[in-house]
Ligand binder design. Sequence first.
Ligand SMILES: *Cc1c(COP(=O)(O)O)cnc(C)c1O
Length: 426
Amino acid sequence: MKGNWSIETQAVQGEYWPKNAEPRVLPLTQSTTYRYDTCEELAKVFDLEQESHMYTRLSNPTTDAFEKKMALMEGGVGALATSSGMSATVLAVLNIAQAGDGILASSTIYGGSFTLFTTTFKNLGIDVIIFDPELSAEEIIALGKPNTKAIFGETIGNPLVNVIDFDKFSKVAKALDVPFIVDNTFATPALCKPLTLGANIVIHSTSKYIDGHASVLGGIIIDGGNYNWDNGKFSGLVEPDESYHGVSYTRQFSPSGYIVKARVQLMRNMGMTASPFNSYMMNLGSETLHLRMERHSENALKMAKYLKNHEMCSWVKYPGLEDDKYYELAKKYLPKGASGVLTFGVKGGRDAGRKFINALQLVALVTHVADVRSCVLQPASTTHRQLSDEELNSCGVSPDMIRFSVGIENADDIIADFEQAFAQCK
Ligand SMILES: *Cc1c(COP(=O)(O)O)cnc(C)c1O
């Protein structure tokens, strides 16, 4: 059942449609396995002739409904939930690149993805070329090689809060004839739909705004179904897979061959499965996504303006601020709001910032972002602790940077907490 509903209705009701006298709310199916009457029927499921559940490593009714909702909200043809955001990134790339292949990745991506690409993937023989997203389309295209299999970027970078130029990235992807993979974690489909902006694959760390309550870890890959894999570059999707009785994913499952392969080949072999309980929580959280993103954006803009005018604040970056470097891109690609994360510096640098954070009472110091509770982190003294000031600057993280994830509390209460904390570090 799919009406032409807007994101608000999709978030609340998609994609669980109970029949007569069935539970109104998506039930948690906490079972690893499923019973069949006959061997013949189960064999059909193994042969991918019948779409039903056989083992929760591959699929589960609760996870299935959550995947379908995410695909619906992003406008894709299918989705695969994973155990974490990192596993979504791993599977999204490994599904199309192997040893000897390479991908192009923006330098302003999440630190964990950056390290995955530059160390683990490198050790696996996948050559990741990191590029500055401020380069021109022509300069990025020039970095492409015959073995390039994808271009990867983040809608809003974590933690640099830069907005990528979708037109430019999709121009590069088209020129190189490779899929454009977007990590849409910070924007969510409530604020931005990359598949309508030239992206082919969307991934999320659903641990962030999708769950929204910082209670469960998860990730998801959404297949746009809008890339022609049969162009000589992706034999793993087109040629028969001998590990799965000679199935050709694109020929048998078009337009969702990409996501079918990710599930029945990679998820089956590597097992980074979403727990049904986590899918249940993800689905519950996502029911209020549109409301939360509206308030996160509103509060973040208020906090950015407050900080901008504060004598103790040396700088603030938020793409929703009119004089921000990314304001025009935000206006174009994030018209409903620029999400809830901003960065700023406290006058006095790294030490003053540390004092400020220690003095906060309502806003907590945590290694997380993008949930209902306001939180902060100073990358220089935590996640990037091992780097010198020079190294920090080279990856765009200034030593005094505070990453501030603005929650959905009353903004005046957050401001009051900042006031008392600033007063203590004068
Ligand atoms: C947190 C995060 C990830 C990693 O997700 P986990 O669920 O923590 O594994 C990936 N990308 C972005 C943008 C993130 O913020």
